[in-house]
Write a protein that binds this ligand. Sequence first.
Ligand code: S3P
Length: 168
Amino acid sequence: MKNIVLIGFMGTGKTSTGRVLAQKLGAAFLDLDQEIEAEEGMAIPAIFAQKGEPYFRAAEHRMVERVAARQNAVISTGGGTVKDPANVALLRQSGVIVCLTADVDTILMRTASKGERPVLDKEDKGDRRRAVETLIEERRPLYRQADFSVDTSRLSPLQVVEEILHYL
Ligand code: S3P
């Protein structure tokens, strides 16, 4: 089986969907952020705070090289993984790319707690909605590179998985 790669904005359910999808397919589940945290021995917000975003992006790229070399895996990426065209090229070669989307209200609800998403916290100058909208707008063309998209706003992870399996 080729890999199935989940891309999309923060709060679109990449990790929870990926876990259920992998289980259904009997495939390995690889979550880029979790792999990076294990490798660095540090949580993502701490990596951003202590080492900075460029360091995180370099670690993320090395992890993409590693996971893209695998087969039979469901790979959940981070919301910003697609900012590096080299990452997109590697992931595309390794399998099918599925974009998960959600409306702004749903994303706001799922990413409400501060301190967990440094990119959003940095953009958030007292207006979380504006921060989400600005970043989504900026990244929309990147997420459009997927083979197909699923709107997860009103679906459970299991329902999202069923949608994905329907498309495959
Ligand atoms: C990021 C999204 C995060 C994580 C990091 C940067 C981004 O992943 O990789 O905080 O730039 O959008 P999630 O999409 O899983 O929150």
